[in-house]
Write a protein that binds this ligand. Structure first.
Ligand SMILES: [Fe+2]
Ligand SMILES: [Fe+2]
Length: 405
């Protein structure tokens, strides 16, 4: 009689593999939180944001499983080659390099490992893992389909350079040395050194936009009066289209703050991608109304202004300044759209309110933890008051003081 059990991977192998997938997805969250503000190509920037969020869901489902079979749940893999691969990727020479290395090298290998694992483990005894794996596969296969035309677009726009290709090759060698994402493939030689195009990564102090954006640094001017419904609504959704700036700030915070509980990263990943979605909502609205969102002012000075402050202060000004204070206005807009019978605008703003309510909740939940983590003796209330003085005097007045180094 055939012994089916013998053909299935054992629980120790299972745990080691799940831990590798978790590590890859988790490191990629940091990698793309770091890179997202720096990426110029708009579609790639949005996809990086989506990757941060979707990976956070994958990490979370693996974490929920791993904590049942290993303690602590989060462990760095013992395989130095795998660790090196994921630590090296971020030092890509350009956005083409990081995109090719992750989406063309790492993700296909992760998909292959998951596909094998899905049927190699005990289908009933290990069902919780199979469930997590099959849902990850659904996302990752869809991601590869979405990313293919973006990589083509990057290539046509000249963003895939000789250095990008050298980086892709290097990533392939590093992955080969690790035996693929699973570590179960025959291992290739360990690359002796990185290619000369490697650039030591630093969190970006300025946000990038591609050349389609014609108005990167306009001053923030007063909006048309709310009672001028048509004009005001147009400006309202143009402002939504620029919310990628908020996503970039959350990305900076997520990348810069280390050692916080997993739930902080999980909430921040969602916060980050919500802001991308708010920007895309603005794009959708503008296109429906025959407008070109790439002509919207980008206010890139706001990102530059925020990044001169510590990450906690940026997070506090965003959640307790911008986000807390937007509610009375947003509720007035819902009413105005209802009165005008403008269903699309009304629905968009109501979804935005739902997301923003969560963002304020995230701020209130995590700011006290962040202060403790940074060893700041101030209370949440005192710290918020101090931050809002800067926010009121500079952001609200539009007088952004940027200390040029
Ligand atoms: Fe938003
Ligand atoms: Fe928000």
């Amino acid at each position: 009689m055939q012994n089916l059990e013998r053909e299935k991977i054992d629980i120790d192998t299972n745990r080691r593999l799940l831990n590798r997938y978790r590590f890859v997805a988790h490191e990629a969250m940091h990698l793309f939180a770091g890179w997202m503000p720096k990426a110029a190509l708009f579609e790639l920037k949005c996809e990086m944001g989506r990757t941060v969020w979707e990976n956070s869901l994958h990490v979370n489902s693996l974490y929920l499983r791993l904590r049942e079979i290993q303690s602590p749940a989060f462990q760095k893999p013992a395989d130095a080659a795998m660790v090196r691969l994921m630590e090296e990727l971020i030092h890509a020479p350009d956005e083409g390099g990081i995109a090719l290395a992750y989406f063309r090298v790492v993700v296909p290998s992760l998909v292959e490992a998951l596909e094998t694992h899905e049927t190699a483990t005990f289908p009933n005894s290990d069902l919780p893992s199979v469930h997590a794996i099959s849902h990850m596969l659904l996302d990752l296969r869809a991601q590869l389909v979405r990313v293919a035309p973006i990589l083509e677009q990057a290539d046509k726009s000249g963003l895939v350079t000789a250095a990008s290709r050298a980086w892709e090759l290097y990533a392939r060698e590093l992955l080969g040395a690790a035996g693929g994402v699973s570590g179960l493939k025959a291992r290739g030689p360990v690359p002796r050194s990185a290619p000369s195009c490697r650039i030591e990564f630093e969190a970006p102090r300025e946000a990038c936009r591609d050349p389609r954006f014609t108005n990167p640094g306009a001053d923030m001017v007063a909006m048309p009066a709310e009672n001028d419904y048509e004009k005001h609504t147009l400006e309202e959704f143009e402002r939504y289209s620029t919310e990628v700036l908020a996503a970039e700030t959350v990305a900076y915070v997520l990348y810069s703050v280390e050692g916080m509980p997993w739930e902080f990263e999980f909430d921040s990943a969602r916060h980050l991608y919500d802001e991308v979605r708010h920007a895309l909502m603005g794009y959708e609205w503008m296109r429906v109304h025959g407008l070109n969102p790439f002509e919207s002012p980008q206010y890139l000075q706001v990102y530059k202004w925020r990044t001169q402050y510590p990450p906690i202060m940026q997070y506090c000004m965003l959640t307790m300044g911008n986000e807390v204070h937007a509610f009375p206005y947003r509720h007035r807009r819902v009413e105005a759209h209802q009165q005008s019978g403008d269903r699309l605008s009304e629905q968009f703003v109501r979804y935005d309110i739902a997301d923003e309510t969560q963002h304020v909740r995230f701020g209130k939940r995590w700011l006290p933890e962040l202060l403790k983590h940074a060893g700041d003796p101030r209370s949440f209330e005192q710290y918020t008051e101090d931050c809002l003085k800067v926010w009121e005097s500079q952001y609200r007045t539009g007088k952004l003081t940027i200390n040029v180094e």
